[in-house]
Design a protein around this ligand. Structure first.
Ligand SMILES: Nc1ncnc2c1ncn2[C@@H]1O[C@H](COP(=O)(O)OP(=O)(O)OP(=O)(O)O)[C@@H](O)[C@H]1O
Ligand SMILES: [Mg+2]
Length: 549
């Protein structure tokens, strides 16, 4: 037996009578590294096989953590801990992979870890058995030539990391699921027992409150089950969209209303900047509302008290964009690519404080894509909030010509303005502000052709004088102008007018970056039109602001 089994640690670890037989068995084996770990993964015994295979003497390795035998990438991905976790929950774990010797060289190992429990079922530690399969591996590798060998190694590494991630995710998911299902069950069972207790019959228990708790928790559980079923239905392609002409603003407002109580309860401010002329999409209103609601509930969930959640709805040329941004905990760059994966949550089961199954965003993504749209996430990193943006194709009247239904898998993309029956702008008075004479004239003509009366001015200062003298129904203003620019103009207008009678206003800019759009909306414009725009877009935007669509 190697010197280790005589060490005090090992003595304490092994139950008296077992030690002798263990000694014999272990000593006779030189082909295997056999050693034991305490419950936290620190090495407590070491045999001669271990010495031979791994190159450490007992004195140098006992007391160290067993992750020393793993390559850095495996340690980084948390694989050693994962092995112990599986061994302790399932009794045993077997794996094949690269391990590292004392001299830094790698060998291909077959590893078995068994949990050791005492007679009362308490975890004492782990027995670990490692076989060196390098020879077999070498023969395999020799059969392959150089480049292919590299490829094999690389493929093996990638496959392993991916498999590790998937295995961990599945495990974490099951743990999360049982936790999430049990939490409401606890409350339900606890209160049921309370209501059946003698005190309850004597009126000493608040029955009404108890029933409320039970109902709330039962509903929470229904939501979990619904989400699970929903996801499997969506994944199997069995979801049916009830596609209609949907005013997106209604959907967004519906979602905001249902998220409001949660925001209030948590002390998170919920702000909205919704373009009333944003228009329509072809979609299933209930499903779209579900998407926005999911984004809102995440934003509220991951934003601490005192924070802010902002919903922005705007029309950007042929798209409608909804973005939900928050000032919350943010998403680290390394996790960002995985947020839409099923069952993925940044917090693993042990440290999670937020609840949920990690399904919400996976469902959102599927639903948005079924609508022919896209969704993406941005974050400045941990502690810096997150923004989720959904883009959907704007639908014009023509899309609904046949019985008001569109097949979602064949979205029609409106390209030209022809064929579209545009709403009339009769009687609408528009003030156009642009320092460019050609641009002014073009807008004026388009508007007049559709029945509106359009007046033009060449600067923000002139616009303010005009507004004071004869206020129009709609203002269309360029942003970049010499002197006072379009942002300043709008802030001045908003500051001076009564809150309940806001002048509908459209910002026109040559830059369609999303910051520019946000700036325009934040300055007080209801909507934004990027140059070049087409006739139909301009007419639809004005009609939308005046509720003429
Ligand atoms: N607004 C956000 N801020 C920070 N992290 C977020 C935000 N939204 C999502 N995440 C991260 O993405 C993960 C996945 O989100 P998802 O909505 O899919 O799951 P969940 O909210 O954890 O659970 P479920 O939606 O199933 O109740 C979250 O667990 C969280 O780590
Ligand atoms: Mg969620």
């Amino acid at each position: 037996m190697s010197s280790s089994s005589s060490s005090r640690d090992a003595k304490a670890f092994l139950v008296q009578g077992e030690e002798a037989s263990y000694r014999l068995l272990v000593e006779s084996v030189r082909e295997y590294a056999i050693f034991m770990l305490d419950a936290n993964g620190y090495i407590v015994t070491w045999n001669s096989g271990a010495e031979r295979i791994k190159g450490y003497q007992a004195e140098e390795i006992i007391g160290r953590h067993f992750s020393s035998f793993y390559p850095p990438d495996a340690v980084e991905s948390g694989w050693p801990d994962y092995e112990l976790q599986v061994a302790s929950t399932q009794g045993r774990f077997e794996d094949e992979g690269w391990r590292v010797r004392k001299d830094g060289s790698r060998f291909w190992a077959n590893v078995t870890i068994s949990a050791l429990r005492d007679e009362r079922g308490r975890l004492r530690g782990f027995a670990k058995l490692t076989r060196d399969l390098s020879e077999r591996k070498r023969v395999e590798m020799l059969a392959a030539d150089g480049a292919r060998r590299e490829q094999m190694l690389e493929a093996e590494r990638t496959a392993r990391i991916e498999a590790q991630r998937a295995a961990r995710m599945k495990d974490e998911f099951l743990a999360t699921l049982s936790h999430e299902l049990r939490t409401p069950l606890n409350a339900i069972l606890g209160w049921t027992q309370m209501l059946r207790s003698p005190q309850a019959t004597e009126g000493g228990v608040d029955v009404r409150h108890g029933l409320e708790v039970i109902e709330r928790n039962a509903r929470a559980q229904i939501k979990l089950v619904d989400d699970l079923l929903d996801l499997s239905r969506i994944m199997a392609g069995r979801v049916r969209l009830d596609v209609q002409r949907v005013a997106l603003i209604d959907v967004v407002q519906g979602a905001i209303e249902s998220a409001q109580p949660a925001a209030q309860a948590k002390g998170v401010r919920l702000e909205q900047v919704l373009d009333p002329g944003s228009g329509f999409v072809a979609g299933d209103p209930a499903r779209l509302q579900q998407v926005i609601w999911n984004l809102l509930s995440n934003a509220i969930k991951f934003t601490p008290r005192g924070g802010r959640v902002q919903v922005l709805l705007e029309r950007v040329n042929s798209h409608l964009e909804i973005s939900v941004s928050d000032t919350g905990i943010g998403i680290p760059a390394s996790f960002l690519p995985h947020v839409f994966d099923r069952f993925s949550q940044k917090d693993s089961t042990a440290s999670r404080g937020y609840g949920g199954l990690g399904l919400g965003l996976a469902i959102c993504k599927q639903l948005v894509e079924l609508h022919g749209g896209s969704i993406h996430a941005e974050s400045g990193g941990e502690g810096r909030g997150a923004t989720f943006t959904v883009k959907l194709t704007h639908a014009v009247a023509r899309d609904f010509d046949f019985s008001g239904r569109v097949h979602p898998t064949h979205p029609t993309h409106p390209t030209a303005a022809e064929n579209v029956r545009l709403p009339a702008l009769d009687g609408i008075r528009v003030l156009v502000v642009d320092d460019e004479p050609d641009a002014r004239e073009l807008i004026q003509r388009i508007l007049q052709n559709h029945g509106a009366t359009a007046s033009c001015v060449a600067s923000a200062e002139e616009a303010l004088r005009f507004l004071a003298a004869s206020p129009p129904d709609v203002l269309i203003s360029d942003i970049g102008m010499p002197g006072m620019d379009g942002y300043q103009l709008m802030r001045k207008i908003r500051a001076d007018e009564p809150r309940d009678r806001r002048l509908p206003a459209v910002a026109l800019t040559a830059f369609a970056r999303s910051e520019d759009r946000k700036r325009a909306i934040l300055a007080g414009y209801q909507t934004h039109l990027a140059k070049p725009f087409d006739t139909a877009e301009l007419v639809l935007v004005v009609a939308g602001l005046m509720n003429r669509t």
